[in-house]
Design a protein around this ligand. Sequence first.
Ligand code: SF4
Length: 97
Amino acid sequence: MTATNSGKDGVVVRIDARRCIANAKCTTAAPGFYVLDEETGVAVLENQEAASLQQLFAGARACPTQAISIEQYGRRVFPQILTPMFGDAPDTDGSSD
Ligand code: SF4
């Protein structure tokens, strides 16, 4: 399952629950925006409208498993190379659904 959040400037943040290992690196990098869901333990994004692009990217860059990807105007801008997970189909178009 991938949580998707759409925000300002055409920015879409996706958090892939299969990649999230709940180590809270993103929540440390951008506290108050990336938070761990109390039930699932997986990171979710809150208050995206209040977050700056720098904060969104800081959380994404902090993630060691590339669970957080960021698109702008329909193109993935982070990470530039998304390493496939075992069992994944090749990601050729930049979307990860
Ligand atoms: S840094 Fe990545 S793996 Fe860690 S909690 Fe955040 S999304 Fe999950």
